[in-house]
Ligand binder design. Sequence first.
Ligand SMILES: [Zn+2]
Ligand SMILES: [Zn+2]
Length: 130
Amino acid sequence: MSRTSKDGARRGYAATRGRGQARSAGFRCRHCGATVGPILYGGHHRNHCPYCLYSTHVDSSRMGDRASICGGLMEPIGAFTRPKGEHVIVHRCVTCGFERYNRIAGDDDFEKVLALPVVPQRGGPGEPAA
Ligand SMILES: [Zn+2]
Ligand SMILES: [Zn+2]
């Protein structure tokens, strides 16, 4: 796998607008290729693509820690609903098998979330069972 660091050339327009937004700035989905903008509503951690729901294995044990060196693509393998009615996507890294749970964002493709296989709720790293 070849990894270019931060596709510098393509960020021209973003650099002129997004000042001081390093963490929640957009990214380019490595699965479907969509350019994903900063999250608009319904959350503040954009950690997966709202169109295909794929994520990237960059966090290790805690949300946003960016401690993992894996960098693998994380496939949405299922979803469950918490008692509070919160939808959670289960992502599994296709490279190392690491699983994590991510709350959906307000602008995720909800049809796709509903189309995922329903899995039993489980606790996981950084996501204590509610
Ligand atoms: Zn995508
Ligand atoms: Zn991984």
